[in-house]
Design a protein. Structure first.
Length: 299
């Protein structure tokens, strides 16, 4: 993780006074370019680090610089430890950093967060998948994946992973797809196989990501009326702001969603506890699906 690496750079420079970018890159298993970006980040954060070019030069801290625990108050140190414990969810190696920071500020906080990335019944496979993706992300490794899209089509992709994002109860991998020649978003649960290629990439793709603005195709305005018995599900899935509570205890759910077959499955999961308000044509789609299911099970 970048946070851990920044602290390690400071600790290395405190011990050795001066190191070249190549030496730091070797110790931290990153590129020289990454080290220079980290030095810039440290400088912007107020750490007095500077570079001297030429023979005998390198990266140094201003003489007399120390990490003074008095620069943060008790509450701020506690927030630092909480933040690091949150990072530990994605990288267990942060344990050593938490210990170092705790020793500096003289605090030992109880762990406040624990996240299991695996689905029920898939602990080993899912955790292994996340480990491979994390390794590829941090080391900027090109990987081959076998992926199943929402239509059930299976394809093989060669990708450069850029970022893991947790959204709407699912993990997504944003990556530059060399097969499609562009940024693509992959649902992690649909990545069936991951193979490392051993190849490294140097390109930066962060500027090409537009995670907060989703490109949505075939968007529909969905409105459902749900019985009190299942109202909690609508709130869990879409949030309190998407529902209106009615006097009889029912809730009216309104949401804009990309139309896909999963919407039919979602509505059927409510059985007789749901009424489709709009779009009107969706009622016919659900009826056709129910008829197909009935015919299938009667044969």
């Amino acid at each position: 993780m970048k946070t851990d690496r920044l602290f390690q750079i400071v600790f290395f420079l405190l011990r050795k006074n001066n190191m070249t970018a190549a030496e730091l890159a070797e110790k931290l298993s990153v590129s020289v370019r990454t080290i220079y970006r980290d030095v810039e980040a440290l400088s912007m954060a107020g750490i007095p680090v500077y570079c001297i070019a030429g023979k005998g030069g390198g990266i140094s801290l201003l003489p007399g610089f120390t990490i003074d625990k008095a620069t943060l108050n008790d509450e701020e140190w506690r927030l630092v430890l909480y933040a690091l414990q949150g990072i530990k969810v994605a990288d267990e190696k942060v344990d050593s950093l938490i210990t170092k920071i705790g020793s500096i500020c003289g605090k030992k906080e109880a762990n406040w967060i624990e996240v299991d990335l695996a689905r029920w019944g898939h602990t080993v496979a899912d955790n292994s998948k996340f480990d491979l993706l994390k390794e590829a992300l941090l080391k900027k490794q090109i990987i081959d994946i076998r992926y199943t899209d929402s239509y059930g089509m299976v394809s093989k992709r060669k990708i450069k992973p850029v970022r893991l994002v947790f959204r709407n109860m699912n993990w997504y991998l944003y990556a530059y797809c060399m097969t499609a020649d562009g940024i693509r978003c992959f649902k992690v649960n649909r990545i069936n196989e991951i193979d490392t290629t051993g190849d490294i990439f140097d390109e930066e793709y962060d500027d090409m990501l537009d995670i907060d603005t989703e490109v949505v195709y075939n968007e529909i305005e969905l409105q459902l009326r749900l019985s009190p018995a299942v109202a909690y599900r609508a709130i869990e899935d879409f949030g309190e702001s998407s529902v209106v509570r009615e006097k009889d205890g029912k809730v009216l759910l309104s949401a804009k969603l990309p139309y896909d077959r999963w919407i039919i499955s979602y509505i059927l999961s409510y059985e007789t506890e749901v009424e489709i308000i709009r779009p009107a044509w969706l009622k016919d789609e659900v009826k056709r699906t129910i008829k197909k299911m009935k015919d299938y099970y009667e044969t």
